[in-house]
Design a protein around this ligand. Structure first.
Ligand SMILES: Nc1ncnc2c1ncn2[C@@H]1O[C@H](COP(=O)(O)OP(=O)(O)O)[C@@H](O)[C@H]1O
Ligand SMILES: [Mg+2]
Length: 241
């Protein structure tokens, strides 16, 4: 299979701080990849470079066979890169439904009336139907995270980037989220999921990529990676099971 996403020798610094350091990574079409790494390792910055929220200092990013390195975020979204934000960014004064509609209309380029049904489906999927007409600014943090997911899916992504959506969930909520992400993946969407909740990640992804100080620390089969000495050293005591 051809990669849907390829990063070649990507670098990003903030002032003197080198946050992504000559990083190369490929995601195969249809793959679900998990990204793990300590706080500050550069995971969210990596997503920002892929989506075009930030520009690379060096290196190239290819998506679905095209060089997107110079494209703005909205153009990358139209090509099929969808994301959730670690810190949710709803349009607070708009209703929950309108937030999802904005994803479908602007992100996927659909006419508004064409996407109502899909938006309702996504509110059902993310368990937000009861909140549909409330201002998004009134949602709790966990509801905002679900709205991030609904809005990202509304853009009809080929590649979905999930940035720490499982934190703070109860066991049953986490299980429901795992099933939702599995269903999205089964529908043909490629997934890259940054998550600290290792068991949730391992339930969904076929491969793990571990980042430390903006560089690759380990990559491969999730259990082998979790049990590798380099990763054990960074994640003392975290077991793969
Ligand atoms: N826009 C920014 N300006 C300056 N420093 C930033 C910016 N974004 C992230 N950083 C810094 O880059 C490092 C990596 O951040 P981030 O990518 O958010 O890490 P992670 O998601 O792995 O926790 C941190 O030290 C963070 O403070
Ligand atoms: Mg982060």
């Amino acid at each position: 299979m051809a990669p849907i996403l390829r990063l070649e020798h990507v670098a990003k610094s903030f002032g003197a701080l080198k946050v992504i350091d000559d990083l190369s990574l490929a995601v195969e079409a249809g793959e679900a990849l998990g990204i793990l790494g300590p706080n500050g390792a550069g995971k969210t910055t990596l997503f920002n470079l892929v989506t075009g929220d930030l520009r690379v200092d060096a290196g190239a990013i290819e998506f679905d066979g095209r060089d997107v390195t110079a494209l703005p975020a909205h153009a990358r979204c139209r090509l099929g890169i969808g994301r959730t934000y670690q810190i949710p960014h709803p349009f607070g004064a708009m209703s929950v439904f309108e937030n999802v509609l904005a994803g479908a209309a602007f992100g996927a380029g659909r006419r508004e009336a064409e996407c109502y049904d899909r938006c309702i489906e996504l509110l059902v999927l993310t368990d937000l139907t009861r909140k549909a007409n409330q201002p998004a600014g009134s949602l709790t943090l966990l509801e905002r995270k679900r709205l991030e997911l609904a809005r990202a899916l509304a853009t009809a992504p080929k590649l979905l980037l999930l940035d720490e959506i499982a934190g703070g969930l109860t066991d049953s909520e986490c299980q429901a989220l795992i099933e939702t992400v599995q269903a999205v993946h089964a529908s043909g969407v490629s997934i890259v999921w940054i998550e600290h909740i290792v068991h949730a990640l391992i339930a969904v992804v076929g491969r793990l990529f571990v980042i430390n100080f903006g560089q690759k620390l380990a990559e491969g089969d999730p259990r082998a990676v979790m049990n590798s000495p380099q990763v054990q050293e960074v994640y003392m005591g975290i077991e793969a099971e």
